[in-house]
Structure formats: structure tokens, C-alpha cells
Design a protein around this ligand. Structure first.
Ligand code: ADP
Ligand code: MG
Length: 620
């Protein structure tokens, strides 16, 4: 406790040179990002007892209270300035970062998009300071009686950026993201106490404990029997933590944790090191659980490549791969050789038998410095990951819950990034300078602009184009439907007919002309202008089918839901070869969209790699 406590006013403004070294990033994408930043600040402040309160999945309130070092009156005001940090002073400090935060961007970013109240007191001060700030506007300051430490309340996140607020997912999903961030912080700090209230109810109460106990407190008592310890000390890296026993491997992601120097990181490369150590012990489509801590010399990693710092560069990742792989193998080997050492005999009987011709040997750790894991079957990924946090909608979800690891598949969010493809549509200079695209893998279109290379996912892109067209029709005053020479009749089962009637007005809005003949028969006289399908009957049936599937977010306008369902049905699919003209018109149409960067489902339509980024990647 009290790392910063001894000094008086401790926050300084970063010199521009340092500020520029720190790539500006989108710090707060969703409530969970704010939670992460606030929790990390409490750790940096040396707190031992941390309380998180959430209302409406953080959309209404995120409040974090700690018993850390607190701030002086001046610091309380300063901490909301951009690049206000007490943690680094000069460029060299970046090379030896021990704190979680260092950019001095989090509070400034949060305060610019929410109503923030800060109450803070250092233990040496008589009274604390209370500050109110709203969308960067300073609203007031007063002395306040409060506990030692800091409470920050973030209310109505994105209250002044409705576009961002509207892009937030359902409360269930946003809460899930928050819990994920909470788990990461709680797991890496088992010696600190955490309490997490959601809607006034305690969701997690975690007393200070050791790692094993913390994992059990997070996941439940059944985990007592599931964990195998991993331990390996080398000059390069010290590895500790737990892996899940092979028989508990799951088909879904979510229990894979790497921490480096107290920081949660993602690495599909290191994931492979662990995963492959489980080979033959678990089914191919299962993923082992692991909670692995790696301590390395901070000089040998670069945490600065990713604004939200979940990806880091290791100087010697190949050796770390080899050490990690061997350590996990050894842990599994030890466990299967002498399960009675750590576990009750009864439990060990559940261990799946190895194949007959596969003698169990205690693995010997030999670290070959020339080891090159790329030689075999996996593809290099470190060289092709983009140092920008992918859009919230895909990343957490896909990376954490899908079974396929997204190797080298981190996707960028162009509109948030370059500003060129934002809500206002394509910048004209971008448009004129765009070269013709080429199609790769019959799925992606690669093209470029003045500022970078763009890779477009043809399916998501086309969904976006169609979606906006259908919605335009919806907004048009006159009915834009194209009349059918021969009206088509569709016949639906009684419940489908009923369902269709519920949606009929929305079909009409989008340009359908429908006569209800009763008994499940409908005659379609006209269809939307951009609808190119010969079999309207099948089309409508399949759209109805997809409208029935759960997850149609209720808050959305029903016509939007329908437009989305239609766009998805009609879109060009991945795997379809496109002619040059088709490609060009898709690209043009995409950039003419209001929101070209994301599909109607919120998935990215394109990924932008700026030339700057390429230069950095290729170390030019
Ligand atoms: P960073 O963590 O990158 O320095 P932040 O914007 O997160 O930037 O915080 C700015 C500064 O505010 C920190 O450097 C720290 O001095 C101070 N601060 C933030 N949160 C706390 C807290 N909970 N307790 C004490 N000081 C804090
Ligand atoms: Mg911080």
C-alpha cells in the first residue's frame, strides 16, 4: 500500500515526446473497458480491498471504491487531464513498466463520455476531495469527509455520445464482458479482497486468498478437484499457476488465462504451447483450461503495442513457448504418474486412459534454444496481428466463446480508427484514390486507399449494403416496390401465417405489396426494389424462419430486424467468386453506406491497416 502515498503532489503532465510514443487508442469502448481501467487504477494505487458496483450492466453506474493511496486535492483535479499520470515521466520509463496503467488516458477518456464523481482522500490528509466532472466539463469541487482511498462513480456512460450508447449490446452481454474483466483482475490479484455488486446484489465476494482458492471462489467448489499445479523457474521466465485436468477440458473457450507480470494477456501462439501439450489427452475440439502466470524481466517485453494492453511483444517468444510447453507437459505427466500426491485416489480414476502404445513417461525438460515451433504445423501469428483492439462486438465474444481460436485474426474497427469510414461516409479523397480490389480466398476483397490497406469481408460488406438499401426503402414516402408481372401466391401453415401477419406491416414498409387471402394464402404483388430473387415464396419462408430465432434484440425497430434478416439471406456469401465489376461495385456501395464499417449484426465489414502500421510492423 501507499506506493505513491509518501509524496505530495505527484501527477505530472507527460512531455509530448512520450505522449506521442504512446499510440492513442480507444480506451473506453464499452462499460467493461471502464471497469477494467478503474480496477487497474485501484491495483496501481496499492489497494487491498476493492469494491465494484454495477447498475444496468454499467450503462447506468459503474462505481469502484478502494482503500489505496488516494489523491491530493491537486491530483484529484489533475487526474482527468489527458496524459496525466503519476507513473511515468520520461521515455525510458516505458521500458520498465511495473504498473498496469501508464498512459494517463483512462480517466480523461472516461470523464469525456460520462458523468463522473470522484471522492478521494490520502491517509495523511484530514479531509478528502470531491470532484464532479461531466463530459470533460468541470462541474465542481468540494472538500468531503470520506474514507482513505478513492471512490469513482461513472454514471450514464456515453450520455453525450448516443451513437456509441446505441451500439452497446444487451445488458446480459455487457454484464458478461464486465465479469470477464473482473475475473482477469481478480485472478491475477488473489491476495486482494474484491466485492462485486450487481444491481445491489453481491455477485462475487472474494476474500484475500491464494491463487487456487481464488480460482475456486470464482468458479465454484467443484474446481477444487480440477486443478493441476504448473511450476517452472528459468532465467528467461518464471511460470506458475494451474491447468485444468484433461477430463475437464471444455468445448467452449473462457477458462484460458495468461498473465504476464500481473497483466492479463492474449496470445494464440502461447495458447498453442499449452493446447498442444494436452494432445491425445483431450478430444481435438476441446480446449484445456489454464490459469498461467509468467514473470519476465519487464525490459524483455513491450506492452505498448496494444492500446488496451492485452497483447504484448515478448523478445524471445520462441523460448518461452518451449518452456511453457514443457512445463505443462511435465505437470500433466506428474499428475498422471502420481495422482495421489496432490489428489485423492478416487478422483484420479477418472483420468482418461492413454492409447495402448503410448507409454507414460515423465517428460524431461530440455529447452532447445533453436527450437522453432513454426517449423511444424502452426502458422506464425505474431507477425500478423494488428495492434489495435478489435471492435467490442466481435472480439470478446468470438475469441472467448467460440471453439476456433482466432489465430492472427484480430479485426480492426475502421470507423473508430481512422475516422475516414465513420458515420459520415467515405472521405472523398479516400474514394478517388482507392485502387481496384482483388479477391482472395473467394471471400475477401483487398484494396487500398491513400492511408492504408483495406481488407473487406464480402459477406458482411454485402449485408451492410443490402441492409441500408432495404431501410432506405422503409424511410421513403412512396412505396418503392417493384411490381411483379405475375403475382406470386404463397401458402403458409396456420402458425406461420399468423406470424407473417404480425410482421406484415414491416414487410409492407420495406416495399412488399401483400394481399391476405385468408387460410394462410397471401398474394405478393410487389417486392422491394433491391430484392433479387426469383422464388419469393421460399425467400419469405426462410426470412420468417430466421425471424423466429431467438436473439432478435427487442429494442430494435422491427423493420430493422426484418431488413437485417433479408440482407443476411440475400447477401453474397463467403466462398463465392466475384467478377471484377462485382467487386468494384460492392466496394463502392459499401463506402457509400452510412455506417460502412460494420455489418448489420455489428461485425466488422473491413479491416484497415494503415501504412504507418505496416511501417512499424516491417520495422521500416
Ligand atoms: P494511468 O493509470 O495510465 O496513469 P489514469 O487515467 O488511469 O492513468 O489515471 C491517472 C492518474 O490518476 C494515475 O496515474 C493516478 O495517479 C491517479 N489515480 C487514478 N485512479 C486512482 C486511484 N484509484 N487511487 C489513487 N490514484 C488514482
Ligand atoms: Mg489507469
Amino acid at each position: 500500500m501507499g506506493t505513491f502515498a509518501e509524496m505530495t503532489d505527484i501527477i505530472r503532465l507527460l512531455p509530448d515526446a512520450v505522449a506521442n510514443q504512446i499510440a492513442a487508442g480507444e480506451v473506453v469502448q464499452r462499460p467493461a473497458s471502464a471497469v477494467k481501467e478503474l480496477l487497474e487504477n485501484t491495483i496501481d494505487a496499492g489497494a487491498t480491498d476493492i469494491k465494484l458496483i454495477i447498475k444496468e450492466s454499467g450503462k447506468m453506474l459503474i462505481q469502484v471504491t478502494d482503500n489505496g493511496c488516494g489523491m491530493s486535492e491537486r491530483d484529484a483535479r489533475m487526474c482527468f487531464e489527458r496524459h496525466a499520470t503519476s507513473k511515468i515521466q520520461k521515455a525510458d520509463d516505458l521500458l520498465a513498466i511495473r504498473t498496469l496503467g501508464f498512459r494517463g488516458e483512462a480517466l480523461a477518456s472516461i470523464a469525456s463520455i460520462a458523468q463522473v464523481e470522484l471522492k478521494t482522500k490520502r491517509h495523511e490528509d484530514e479531509v478528502g476531495t470531491s470532484i464532479l466532472i461531466e463530459g470533460t466539463e468541470f462541474k465542481g469541487q468540494s472538500p468531503v469527509n470520506c474514507q482513505n482511498g478513492t471512490t469513482i462513480s461513472v454514471k450514464n456512460l456515453f450520455f453525450n455520445v448516443p451513437a456509441r450508447r446505441n451500439f452497446l449490446k444487451s445488458n446480459t452481454l455487457e454484464l458478461k464482458y464486465i465479469i470477464e474483466e473482473f475475473f482477469r483482475v481478480a485472478m491475477v490479484n488473489p491476495d486482494l479482497a474484491f466485492t462485486f455488486y450487481n444491481q445491489d446484489k453481491i455477485l462475487f465476494q472474494l476474500p484475500a486468498a491464494n491463487l487456487k482458492q481464488r480460482i475456486i471462489n470464482l468458479y465454484g467448489p467443484s474446481y477444487t478437484q480440477r486443478l493441476i499445479p504448473v511450476e517452472q523457474q528459468t532465467d528467461l521466465v518464471n511460470i506458475s499457476g494451474f491447468i485444468g485436468k484433461p477430463e475437464f477440458a471444455k468445448k467452449t473457450r473462457g477458462e484460458q488465462y495468461f498473465f504476464t507480470n500481473g497483466r492479463f494477456i492474449k496470445s494464440s501462439y502461447l495458447h498453442h504451447a499449452v493446447d498442444s501439450a494436452f494432445k491425445e489427452l483431450i478430444p481435438d475440439d476441446s480446449i484445456p483450461s489454464y490459469f498461467i502466470f509468467m514473470e519476465v524481466d519487464p525490459q524483455t517485453i513491450d506492452v505498448n503495442i496494444h492500446p488496451t494492453k492485452t497483447e504484448i511483444n515478448f523478445q524471445d517468444i520462441k523460448s518461452i513457448y518451449a518452456i511453457l510447453h514443457a512445463a505443462v507437459k511435465q505437470a500433466i505427466g506428474k499428475f498422471s504418474l502420481s495422482p495421489t500426491l496432490d489428489f485423492e485416489t478416487e478422483q484420479s480414476m477418472n483420468f482418461p486412459p492413454l492409447p495402448d502404445n503410448h507409454p507414460i513417461r515423465q517428460p524431461v525438460i530440455t529447452v532447445n534454444p533453436n527450437y522453432n515451433p513454426f517449423e511444424k504445423k502452426i502458422q506464425p501469428q505474431t507477425s500478423f496481428s494488428f495492434p489495435q483492439k478489435p471492435p467490442p462486438s466481435i472480439q470478446g465474444w468470438r475469441e472467448l466463446y467460440n471453439t476456433t481460436p482466432a489465430q492472427g485474426e484480430i479485426i480492426d474497427f475502421p470507423s473508430a480508427r481512422t475516422g475516414n469510414f465513420g458515420e459520415s461516409g467515405a472521405d472523398s479523397s479516400e474514394t478517388t484514390n482507392r485502387k481496384r480490389g482483388v479477391q482472395v480466398q473467394n471471400s475477401f476483397i483487398v484494396t487500398n486507399t491513400q492511408s492504408g490497406v483495406i481488407i473487406i469481408d464480402q459477406q458482411h460488406a454485402h449485408e451492410r449494403v443490402l441492409y441500408e438499401r432495404f431501410l432506405e426503402a422503409n424511410l421513403a414516402e412512396t412505396n418503392p416496390g417493384q411490381h411483379q408481372l405475375i403475382p406470386q401466391t404463397i401458402t403458409l401453415s396456420p402458425d406461420d401465417a399468423q406470424f407473417f401477419q404480425e410482421w406484415e406491416s414491416h414487410f409492407r414498409k420495406l416495399g412488399f405489396e401483400i394481399d391476405d387471402f385468408g387460410k394462410g394464402s397471401f398474394v405478393i404483388h410487389a417486392i422491394p426494389a433491391h430484392l433479387e430473387t426469383s422464388d419469393i415464396s421460399t425467400f419469405i419462408e426462410s426470412v420468417l424462419e430466421s425471424l423466429k430465432s431467438p436473439g432478435q434484440e427487442q429494442k430494435n425497430d422491427q423493420s430493422q430486424v426484418l431488413a437485417k434478416a433479408m440482407a443476411k439471406k440475400l447477401s453474397i456469401k463467403r466462398g463465392k467468386k466475384l467478377y471484377q465489376e462485382e467487386m468494384d461495385s460492392l466496394v463502392e456501395n459499401l463506402f457509400a453506406c452510412k455506417v460502412p464499417g460494420i455489418s448489420p449484426d455489428g461485425k466488422p465489414t473491413m479491416l484497415v491497416i494503415s501504412y504507418d502500421e505496416l511501417n512499424t510492423k516491417f520495422k521500416i
